[in-house]
Design a protein around this ligand. Sequence first.
Ligand SMILES: Nc1ncnc2c1ncn2[C@@H]1O[C@H](COP(=O)(O)OP(=O)(O)O)[C@@H](O)[C@H]1O
Ligand SMILES: [Mg+2]
Length: 249
Amino acid sequence: MQTMAVYNLKGGVGKTATAVNLAFLASRDGRRTLLWDLDPQGAASFYLRVKAKVRGGGKKLLRGTTALDDVIRATTFPGLDLLPADFSYRRLDLALDEARKPAKQLAAAMLPLKSRYDLVVLDCPPSVSLVSEAVLHAADLLLVPVIPTTLSLRTLRQIEEFVEDQGPRRLLVVPFFCMVDVRKRMHRELAAVPEMQGEAFLRTTIPSASVVERMGVERAPLAAFAPSSPAAQAYAELWKEVAGRLQTV
Ligand SMILES: Nc1ncnc2c1ncn2[C@@H]1O[C@H](COP(=O)(O)OP(=O)(O)O)[C@@H](O)[C@H]1O
Ligand SMILES: [Mg+2]
């Protein structure tokens, strides 16, 4: 089992859209995939038509006293399961703070998933917190959507520092440009040649496209309702590249 976290300390950068689309593409590739919606806002759960509710709440889940089988839901897509969000996740930080080894608790809670899934995708809330530290320890790969602006690149460096300080050595940080708007000069200039941002950057960029916003109306991954759209094809390319990186961890 491999774990990929879609993370950024900023909100509204395309984390959830990416997590849902890539989890779907991974499952269609034949990987037994679980998407864990860690954001109390529950957007990923909404997209996959699952109620954002975990009986017993997040604290028991992290402590391992809730059986994962009781709370994991199948989606309408074969091979793709969801561990839904719960409003109690907004207090996960406090729950972790009470734990003996806060940073390791999420990874420990995920151990029973090992034999059941090939890939776990974590859709993370936007924060730098104990939850994020726990995510760093649970993940093999940290996928970071970056909107091409100088401020976002600065945020990326903060994330890299956070990982250097808190994360385990083996964690691979993989940024990519997301919501690229070619009408904006800064977007064109920064995203034109992703490799100029360093070799870690993926070559694929995700365009800003209204079809992505329609995921909220269709409540499905892009490839399920608009497979030939340029944005869906960009996500397919992104998945290929990410799968390649996953092979190296
Ligand atoms: N590539 C894109 N093009 C246009 N809109 C997008 C794109 N990706 C995400 N969005 C929209 O932007 C908003 C924030 O995206 P979301 O994936 O929820 O970000 P995050 O999880 O980082 O907060 C949502 O309304 C979503 O539909
Ligand atoms: Mg989100």
